[in-house]
Design a protein around this ligand. Structure first.
Ligand code: SAH
Length: 214
């Protein structure tokens, strides 16, 4: 196997410094080549700890946020995970290294198609993609043990909670996107209520219902 790119090693060290301690999460980030998920003009920043623009006015999240959200999700090897907002596909690729299967939904056709090509090239065969409105979740595959939403909702979407297994965890940014920042929440579905933890401020593009007309 090729030696680790020094830029990757530097990024992983930076994530450790910022408090990411889960070795499985750091290992997954080390193995997913982020340069394959960013647009050509940003290639030289692929391993910088910053968010980068992708097509359709969207962004691939900052590696620290990907790491934080993945760590907070506590994905086990056998877990079936739903991701809303495939975007570049980077977060799904990181999750795919940690669990049994990732179901990921994107509303923009060009992003969906590009992400599919990347998963294929990387032989990430445990990712299933769908073009559509993720606010509806993926009812045919529910319940999920874990759900990650990578676009900001106004509130915790009840429809997605309904597709989360009892005891399952959902990580998502919640809040008004015009307010500057949102709160990253970890929601655990208990038998009769939700346990909600606020993990701090984040900034995401909005979760938009429906699919664009193209
Ligand atoms: N997880 C992505 C981050 C993408 S940014 C990555 O690793 O690159 C958020 C993404 O959510 C965007 O691509 C946006 O188009 C998508 N999105 C927003 N609302 C959506 C919805 N209702 N259904 C599916 N995808 C949605």
């Amino acid at each position: 196997m090729a030696a680790t790119d020094p830029r990757v090693a530097r990024l992983v060290m930076e994530l450790r410094r910022q408090g990411i301690s889960d070795g499985r999460v750091l290992g997954a980030i080390e193995k997913v080549p982020r340069q394959l998920f960013v647009a050509q003009p940003f290639l030289d920043q692929a391993y910088d700890n910053c968010a980068l623009p992708i097509a359709c006015g969207q962004t691939v999240s900052q590696p620290l946020v990907v790491a934080l959200m993945t760590e907070a999700l506590q994905v086990g090897e056998r877990a079936k995970v739903l991701e809303i907002g495939t975007g570049s596909g980077y977060q799904a690729a990181v999750l795919a290294r940690l669990c049994r299967r990732v179901y990921t939904v994107e509303r923009h056709k060009s992003l969906f198609e590009q992400a599919e090509r990347r998963f294929h090239a990387l032989r990430l065969h445990n990712i299933t993609t769908r073009l559509g409105d993720g606010t509806r979740g993926w009812p045919e595959q529910a319940p999920f043990e874990r759900i990650m939403v990578t676009a900001a909702a106004h509130d915790i979407p009840p429809l997605l909670v309904g597709q989360l297994q009892v005891g399952g965890i959902m990580v998502l940014p919640v809040g008004d996107v015009t307010a500057g920042s949102q709160d990253l929440l970890r929601v655990t579905r208990l038998e009769h209520r939700l346990d909600i933890q606020n993990l701090g401020p984040v900034r995401f593009v909005p979760l938009v219902a429906g699919v664009p007309v193209t």
